[in-house]
Structures are given as C-alpha cells and as structure tokens.
Design a protein around this ligand. Structure first.
Ligand SMILES: Nc1ncnc2c1ncn2[C@@H]1O[C@H](COP(=O)(O)OP(=O)(O)OP(=O)(O)O)[C@@H](O)[C@H]1O
Ligand SMILES: [Mg+2]
Length: 357
C-alpha cells in the first residue's frame, strides 16, 4: 500500500505515543470470575476435500476427507485454545442435533473446550469445502440447518440467562438456523446485555442488520457484511485493490455506526488486512503472506485473537495485532479455526499497523 510521507510520520508518532499502549478496556472489574461464552446456533459438520486442478462438471476420486464437527463458535474456540491450551474461562453454548451430540462432545472434550448443548431433534447440517492446492481455489457447498422448536428455543434462553454473569464476554457468531427469526440475535443480545455482559456480533445478512439494532459492544463484519449494513453504499467491486483512500472511506462510513453502546467495529478485508474503528482511534493493519492454503474461518480466528487479549485487558493495539496474526495463521493451515501457535508468533513480528485518523 502506497502512502504519502505525512501519513507514515503520523504512524511513527502514534506508535511511540502512550495513549494506545496504556488504554485499558474494562474500567471496573467485577469480582466474579468472568468467562467467554461462544454461542453456537447453527452447527456444521465440515467435510474438507483436497482436489488438485478442481473444475466444475468433472468427476474426482478423493482420499478420506478431513471432518470437523464445528460451527463458527467452535472455530473461534479452537483458535482461542491454540493461543493458550490451559485457558479455561471459555465455554461453547448452543444447539446440536441429537445424532451428532456424541461427535461434538468428544471433539470438544479432546480439545479441552467446555460446552453445554441443547439437543435438537433434527440432524446437524453438513458443509462441504473443496480445496485446490495447485490453483489455490476454495469451493463451498453449504446446507441451511435444522428446525428448532419453540420449547427448545425457550430452554436455550433459560439456560443462557442462568449462565451469564456481569462482565462476561458473549460472542454471537455464525448464521441463524432457518427455522428461527432473523431477529434472534437482536433478542439474545438484548437479553444478555440486561445481565451486564459484553456482546460481540459476527454474522451476516438480516441477522446482522437486525442484530446491530440491539447495539452489541462490538461487531466484526467483513467487507461484504459491512456493505449489507450500509445498504450497499460502499459500492466495492469483487476484485478491489485497497488503497489509503478506500480505507479512509470505509472507516468513515463505519464510524457513523458507532454510538455509546456499539464501541468497536472490526472490518476484515481478507488478504488485504483489517480495520479497527473506535470512537477515538482508527487502525489499519495487515500481514503479507504467500501461499494461503485455506481461508475458511480466518474471521473466527481473527476474532479469537482479538477477544483473547481483550479479555485480558490488553491494549487495543495488542488486541488488533494478535487478531491479524491469528486470522492470517488460519490461512496457513487447513480447517476452520485450526492454526499453529508458531505461525501466530512468527506473524506477530510481521504485522504492519497504521493509524488512519
Ligand atoms: N489470504 C490471506 N492472507 C493473509 N491474511 C489473511 C488472508 N485471509 C484472511 N486473512 C486474515 O484473516 C482476517 C479475517 O479474514 P476474512 O476477512 O476473510 O474474514 P471472514 O470473511 O469473516 O472469514 P470467515 O467468516 O470465513 O471466518 C483478515 O482480516 C486477515 O487479517
Ligand atoms: Mg466471517
């Protein structure tokens, strides 16, 4: 990215400035033991095939696919646990099909992730991903998800209310199952906020647009999702190349969405990096890598990096750096939320961050 000299100088002043490094996120800490709760409404059994020179309309014989009983809340949790395997203040809470309950339980136990599920009569959806390691393409086939009945949803609300304590961090990530209303995240965020928890929304479409109206503390849209919130006013092309003017334009539009309750917007731009928008600061950062293998779940890993440091009251710069390193590390290893700690450490030293405002 090309920038003029004054912009680069501003970066240096900023990086040496005290403000960002000393800024803390939680002013008053509760004496209760806080936790991170990652909400899983629409789990997925991810099936990943590796096919060289993949083309539409052809037939392929494949080796055993990789199978991950996940969902975005689990990808988030896997990435977070990679940063610190002994981190125990994390819990996945959500729905899972009765038939897949064992698969999920065993997988989460193996990964030392605490969980609580409301079992659903229907079958958990299965999503297929085809990775072409030669042409560097990724193809996704997605199913919609199971039917959730009113009694199951009520059970979910009751358990969630019992679980939440003041200053918990609650992550609402992924799609809403087709049988639930698109205002489900709005209702859940409103409920959880009443109990004094911090809320983070990472979803798309109607669920995102309606969910934002509940004013979560933080949102993490990618550019397409931000454009949905802004009703298409970004007018970004598919193959856009990011430049300084674009970053300023995106940040300004995003900043208009902030208010007393919605404090932070993290806009992820895939390989072009990410933007952090806060009332008093806007940062742009990226890490250059060659040979991304699998970008599914980069956003979840990005959020995991941010929340891991946020939960520990690190500076926003440290939260943002770790987010970039985790998002990028996720692209280097197949599987959503699967990353290597050594890649994260290596990428942290390659992170470039600029102050935009
Ligand atoms: N090809 C890549 N090279 C370098 N970094 C990447 C690449 N893809 C993703 N990242 C990193 O991961 C972050 C999140 O990626 P992205 O914007 O694709 O999230 P997303 O669209 O929410 O993904 P998902 O919803 O699948 O988790 C980016 O901001 C960037 O830091
Ligand atoms: Mg995403």
């Amino acid at each position: 990215m090309k920038k003029n000299v004054s912009f680069i100088l501003f970066v240096i002043v900023f990086v040496q400035g005290k403000c960002l490094f000393s800024e803390k996120i939680f002013n008053i800490m509760s004496t209760l033991k806080r936790k991170i709760i990652s909400i899983l409404l629409n789990p997925t059994v991810d099936v990943i095939y590796e096919i060289e020179h993949f083309k539409v309309g052809h037939t392929y014989q494949v080796r055993q696919p990789l199978i991950y009983p996940v969902g975005k809340a689990i990808s988030f949790s896997l990435a977070l646990k990679t940063l610190n395997p002994s981190f125990n203040d994390l819990r996945v809470f959500g729905f899972v099909g009765k038939e897949e309950l064992d698969l999920y339980s065993q997988f989460l136990k193996k990964n030392l992730i605490n969980f609580e599920f409301i079992p659903i009569k229907g079958k958990t959806r299965s999503n297929k991903t085809i990775i072409d390691p030669v042409e560097h393409t990724t193809t996704h086939i997605r199913e919609l998800g199971f039917i959730i009945e009113t009694t199951e949803l009520n059970q979910f609300f009751t358990s969630l209310n019992n679980m939440i304590q003041k200053n918990d961090v609650v992550i609402f990530t992924g799609s809403i199952p087709p049988s639930l209303n698109s205002d489900t995240y709005f209702n859940l965020i409103s409920e959880v906020k009443k109990r004094g928890a911090c809320t983070i929304l990472d979803t798309s479409g109607e669920g995102l647009i309606k969910g934002i109206a509940a004013n979560p503390t933080m949102i993490k849209p990618n550019l397409i999702e931000l454009n949905q919130i802004l009703n298409g006013s970004l007018a970004i092309k598919q193959d856009f190349t990011i430049n300084y003017e674009d970053i300023v334009k995106i940040s300004k539009l995003a900043k208009n969405l902030l208010n007393n309750e919605l404090e932070i917007i993290l806009i992820t731009l895939g390989e072009k990096g990410a933007i952090l928008v806060k009332n008093n600061i806007i940062l742009y950062g990226f890490i250059e890598i060659r040979g991304a293998i699998d970008t599914v779940g980069c956003g979840d890993a990005f959020l995991a990096g941010f929340i891991y440091n946020y939960f520990q009251e690190k500076s926003f710069l440290d939260c943002f750096k770790l987010a970039l390193a985790c998002g990028t590390a996720n692209a280097l290893t197949p599987g959503p939320g699967i990353l290597k700690k050594k890649d994260v450490d290596m990428l942290l030293s390659k992170t470039k961050i600029w102050r935009v405002n």
